[in-house]
Design a protein around this ligand. Sequence first.
Ligand SMILES: Cc1ncc(C[n+]2csc(CCOP(=O)(O)OP(=O)(O)O)c2C)c(N)n1
Ligand SMILES: [Mg+2]
Length: 622
Amino acid sequence: MPPRILLRRNGDCRQVVCNPQAARGGMSINVSDQIVERLHAWGVRRVFGYPGDGINGVITALDRARNKLEFVQVRHEELAAFMACAHAKFTGDLGVCIATSGPGAIHLLNGLYDAKADHQPVVAIVGQQARSALGGSFQQEVDLASLFKDVAGEFVQMATVPAQVRMLIDRAARIALDQRCVTCVILPNDLQELKAVPVPPREHGSVPTGIGRTSCAHVPDDEALRAAADVLNEGRRVAILAGAGALHAGEELIRVADALGAGLAKALLGKMAVPDDLPWVTGPIGLIGSAASWELMEHCDTLLMVGTSFPYSEFLPAEGQARGVQIDRDGRQLSLRYPMEVNLVGDSRQTLQRLLPLLVHKGDRAWRQRIEASVQRWWKVLEARAMNDASPLNPQRVFWELSPLLPDGAMITADSGTAALWYARDLKARAGMAGSLSGGLATMGPAIPYALAAKLAHPSRPAIALIGDGAMQMLGINSLITVADRWRGWQDCRFVVAVLNNADLNMVTWEQRATTAAPRFDTSQALPAFDYAAYARLLGLEGLHIERVEDIAPAWRYALDNDRPTLLEFACDPNVPPLPPHVDLKQARHYLSALLHGDRQALEVIRATARETWASLSGKSG
Ligand SMILES: Cc1ncc(C[n+]2csc(CCOP(=O)(O)OP(=O)(O)O)c2C)c(N)n1
Ligand SMILES: [Mg+2]
C-alpha cells in the first residue's frame, strides 16, 4: 500500500497518494534529484525561482523532472517568493521558491517576510558555496542560516551530508504546513551533485523521516464551547470580526451571525470570507475601513473575533466595553488586540460548527436592523464618493464600475497603496471569488506575481491585479514580462492588470499629510512618467489608456473578455482623499496644517475633501 499523504487545504483535508519508489528517491540519483522527488512526493507540482551557480544542481534536476514538476522562472527572486506565498494563499498547499546563494537568497527575503506575516506555508530552497569554501570569505558567501534565522525562525538548516537531505526536506515541508510558516533549506553547491542517500543508514545519529499528514483541525473542548456560547447568547449587540483564518468558514459565519443577529466586519485578508452583498456585512475595518464597521465596533456589547489578528486596536471596542470571544488555530494569537473572556483554540470552521447548536436565536432584531441601516447608508456614501468629479478620473469610480462586472470565480489581488483601500471598500465580493494582498507586511510589489501564481494554479478562472504606478515601477513592469512570456499557452486568457496612474506615491502622500502635518514633498512623492499601456503593447499584451469616465466600464468589459492579458491604465486624480472612516481631531489638525504650509496641491485637495465629506454627510449622489 502506498503511503497516503494528507495535506490541508484551507482547513479541510485533501489526500495525495505518494509513490514509495519516488519518495525513497530511486536507485542512483544525486542529492538534487532526491530533493525534487521528495518535494513531488509532498505534493509539490510547481516551484518558483531563479538559477545561479549556487543552486544549479537542483535547477538541472528540475529539468530532468520537468514532466512531474514545473519550474517557473521569474524576473527577480523576490517575485518567486511572492508567487510561492500566493500559491499557498490561493490553493492552501505548500509554496516553494528556489534561489542561488548570496544575492539570490537575499533577494527572496521580502517575499518570504510577506509569507511569514500572512502565515503561509512556504519552503525556501537556497544554494550556498561549496562546503570546503565556507568560512573562507568566498565570493557570494553569505551566512545564510543567520540571514534566514528570523524569517524562517521555525526551521532553517544547512545540509552537510547527503544522508541528512531527506530529513531536511521532510522537516521543512512538514513544519511549514503544520505551523503555517516559512522554512528554509540551505544547500552547498558541491553537495547537490553528490550521490543521494535515499534511505539513511540505521545507525546512531541517523534521522529517518517520512511524509504525510493526518492531523487536520483542532477544536476546543465542550466546556470552552459552552462558555463561549454563554457569552454570545447573553450579548444584545454582537459584532463579529472575521479574518484570513475564516476564509473557509463563510457558511458557518453566516449562520452564526444570523443566529446572533450580529453584524460582521472583515479584516483585509478576510474580505472573501463572506460576500459583500449581505445587508449586515459592514465590510472593511480600520483606516481603510467603512463607517459601518466603525459604528459596529463603537456600539457593540459583545465581540466575536474569528481567525484574525487585525492590528489596529483603536478600531476595536474600547477595553471593557464589550465581552469577547475569540477563535484562532494558533493559541499565541488569542487575546492579542482585545482581552477576551473566552479564548478558543481551534479551526474556525469546525469550531463555529460546534458552537452553532449551542447558540440561541435572538428574537430581538433591533441591533441587526440598526446595522443594516448603517450598511445601507455606507454603500450610498461610497456611491456618492465614486460619482464625484475628479481630474482626470476618480479612482473610486474605477473600482465602483468594476464591481458589477466582476466575473464569477474572479481572483483579485491588490498592491499596497490606494489600490488596497479601494479594493477593500468599493469592490463588492461575491461568493466563489478569491482575493488577497500583502496583509501583515503590507509590502509593495505582490499584486502581479500573486495574480500570476493564482492564474497558474487555477487556469480557468479570471485574474485581476489592481496596482498603483509606484508599485508598477518597483516590480510590476518586471512581473509583466513573465506574464507576456507565458500567456500564449493559456486556454483562458482572462488576466487583467489595472494600473492606477496618479504619478504619485499617493497613499504615503496622504499619510504624510494626516500623520506628520507635512505638506507633499514633491521630490519624494512624484513618480517619473511612464507609458504603462504602451509598455504592455510592447510586450505583446493589450494595453489601454483610459482617462474619460464614460470609458471606464467599457474598458473593464473589454479587458475581462479579451483573448489576451490586458493592462488598463487608468489616469487617476491624486487629490481624491482616502478618508478614514473616522477622523480624530489630531489627524484633522495635521491635515489642515499640511495643506496650509506649502502643499502645492492644497486647493485641489481641499475641494476634493469637501466633496468627499459632503458625500459622507448626504449619502446621496451628486
Ligand atoms: C516595499 C515598500 N516600500 C515602501 C512602502 C511604503 N508605501 C506604502 S504605499 C506606498 C505608495 C504606493 O504608491 P503607488 O504604488 O503609486 O500607489 P498609490 O498609493 O499612488 O495608488 C508606499 C511608498 C511599502 N509599503 N512597501
Ligand atoms: Mg501612485
